[in-house]
Design a protein around this ligand. Structure first.
Ligand SMILES: Cc1ncc(C[n+]2csc(CCOP(=O)(O)OP(=O)(O)O)c2C)c(N)n1
Ligand code: SF4
Length: 359
């Protein structure tokens, strides 16, 4: 049940590098797809964990993003649509020593797989769950997904979608994930930092990654990522620090509005400085502020990126193995074969005869 330890013993093999985690498979994503940047970030983070390649398993569902396990030189499992969390939960429960990562898309994880995803997080299974959010179904050529905005015209919504989108951060918080974060495919350093934090967390670590699908939803995150707007459109969350954003000479921040308590943007000056702003507390037991931060978006607010929540509670597999240990101690001589044969059990012989072997 222990997490594998770093390879530090004398005579241990040389530390691994990002390239050691890349497989020899031809990468089949469209040129320019944001998935490449995420693959590079994951390959850069894995060696930092000091584990062996065979300690990692990457589990996916179906979608462009779910091709991920082929491109990593680790163990991997390309599952069926939406079922990566279920497969990963079974694996982690039976082999808690493995470092299990789930790669899923907004369609895979939030539509057909929504139920599986929320329960993996509710249980606090020690999984690192990366949700590639391109707000579209990429693999099936551009249908609306559960994160597509209202009015989005797609192959499946020619007049514009009429459905309200999911907010993945809110969903993860409501499911009681113990680590909830958001990053962006093109924010190389931020993405790596966030993935490393997720990797080091014990429990369900959910990371939403805004990912550009340049073929079917190009520019979906331009209002954050374009150079001219980056400084004002992004609020980077830092534990214990005030919620500040904006250009150096035009700093702004967030505070609670008197009266209704809603988050409001205030500009520095006229008595307003860092001390008048709210501070970010990723360890808060009450996820209320994290929930509000997860909903902020341009143009009225900056979009929050970083770690919204990081709390420690026992993991699913710790509880499962704790219970197994208790049961084993209570009945050290339990006989599984006898248990299975208890009651009315028959064996059918090759000649068709039935012999009663239980009861
Ligand atoms: C049971 C089942 N239903 C539907 C499909 C068709 N299908 C394949 S991938 C996909 C959605 C993929 O979208 P997303 O998870 O957002 O991944 P992306 O391709 O954008 O990375 C769908 C609906 C399927 N493969 N299996
Ligand atoms: S269709 Fe979109 S998500 Fe899929 S590989 Fe191409 S660019 Fe990437």
């Amino acid at each position: 049940m222990t997490v594998p330890t770093a390879v530090t013993e004398p005579g241990a093999p040389a530390p691994l590098k990002a390239d050691d985690f890349r497989s020899d498979q031809e990468v089949r994503w469209c040129p320019g797809c944001g998935d490449y940047a995420i693959l590079n970030a994951v390959a850069a983070v894995f060696p930092k964990l000091g584990l062996k390649k065979e300690d990692f398993v990457v589990v996916s569902g179906i979608g462009c993003s779910s091709r991920f396990p082929y491109y990593m030189d680790t163990f991997g499992f390309h599952g069926i649509h939406g079922r990566a969390p279920a497969i990963a939960t079974g694996l982690k429960a039976s082999r808690p020593d493995l470092h299990v990562w789930v790669v899923t898309g907004d369609g895979d994880g939030l539509s057909i797989g929504g139920n599986h995803l929320i329960h993996a997080m509710r249980r606090n299974t020690d999984l690192k769950i990366l949700l590639f959010n391109n707000r579209i179904y990429g693999l099936t050529k551009g249908q609306a997904s559960p994160t597509s905005e209202i009015g989005k015209k797609t192959a499946s919504s020619p007049l514009g979608t009429v459905e309200r989108p999911f907010n993945p951060i809110a969903l993860a918080l409501a499911s009681e994930a113990t680590f909830v974060a958001r990053s962006v495919d093109v924010y190389k350093d931020h993405l790596q930092e966030t993935l490393l934090r997720a990797a080091q967390h014990r429990g369900s670590a959910f990371v939403e990654i805004y990912q550009n699908c340049n073929i079917f939803n190009d520019g979906a995150f331009n209002d954050l990522t374009e150079r001219e707007v980056r400084e004002t459109a992004n609020l980077t969350l830092r534990h214990g620090e005030p919620l500040v954003f904006g250009a150096k000479n035009a700093r702004k921040g967030l505070r609670r509005r008197a009266g209704d308590g809603k988050l409001e943007v205030v500009a520095f000056g006229d008595g307003i400085d860092e001390s008048s702003l709210m501070k970010h507390d990723e360890t808060a037991q009450d996820p209320g502020l994290a929930y509000a931060l997860g909903h902020l978006e341009p143009p009225d607010y900056p979009a929050a990126i970083g770690v919204f929540r990081a709390i420690e509670v026992p993991t699913f597999e710790d509880r499962v193995w704790g219970q197994i240990d208790t049961a084993r101690k209570a009945k050290p001589k339990a006989d599984l074969a006898a248990l299975l044969r208890r009651g009315d059990v028959w064996q059918i012989g090759e000649d068709g005869t039935i012999v009663e072997i239980g009861g």
